[in-house]
Ligand binder design. Sequence first.
Ligand SMILES: [Zn+2]
Ligand SMILES: [Zn+2]
Length: 344
Amino acid sequence: MDELLTVTPKGLYCQTGNFYVDPWRPVDRALITHAHADHARWGSKKYLAAASSRHALRIRMGDKADLEFQPFGKPVTIGGVRVTFYPAGHILGSAQIKIEKDGYSTVVSGDYKRTNDPTCQPFEPVRCNTFVTESTFGLPIYRWPDPQNVFDQINEWWRNNQQSGTASMLLAYSLGKAQRLLAGVDASIGPIYTHGAVHKLNAGYEASGIALPATTYVGDVDPKETDWSRALIVAPPAAAGTRWAQRFGKLSVGMASGWMQIRGTRRRRSMDRGFILSDHVDWSSLLQTIRETEAENVWVTHGYSSIVARHLETMGLNASVIETEFEGEQLIETSDSGKEDAGD
Ligand SMILES: [Zn+2]
Ligand SMILES: [Zn+2]
């Protein structure tokens, strides 16, 4: 066990500071790495998160949640421990949380990535004694292509669809991935429309000062009077195959996710196109990051935990698997769980 964190039935707990990090049950005080549903769970009395997650977290948690925010890199003392938020590069406002006391430090990474993303601050490696890492794509088969190549493929797909009079619907998780896509596509190709869930979160990103291209909420136009054949429609995965999607007529469906690296995933979900774009680290950046933290102890959670832990032991590290009650990210990246995303 670590000096600063223990695993409890409610989640990772810091006894000295009397707070939890991304707890999966309601607690008195929750520190939150980012606004995705498997990390920011409902019902806790008080929340503390990074300042740049303000708008997205408010949209996800509602008006009643007691949210407090802390700027990146600025330590705050809670109980007897020092807590500092550092950028995780996963989505806007996503943080690694560093907890320190008497020269010992533990960093909880939440989810993180190392590839370029203009919609959030880049990941900063933070030195620590214990590093708690995600492992969503912790298998050697996962290697991300250059994001610019992926955007070139998306643009080409959209142009080709236009030429054959087909609307392009791009499926992506509504918080983070959708905004990253919007910031990366060539908006001069044609009009861009958004599903309600994406539309709502775009507003949160824009309120945070993130530049996104002009888009129109699908619900604001008359579907019969709209020429969808030149359009790109950005929607959460749950929108595929629904009545909502029928309005677009002849439609090509693409999906942007790390899971698209596996051919079978694409076939199972009957996508026309899969684009490999992830907001998580791939295998080599996962290992590189762990080396950069210089941590001697690594706790592995969220994904291929036991495979990653076994590999880290061969690298001479003390590795252990942390079982979380709610392993939501695989589900989220493919099906975009959460009721607020299912609607219009
Ligand atoms: Zn996440
Ligand atoms: Zn996650």
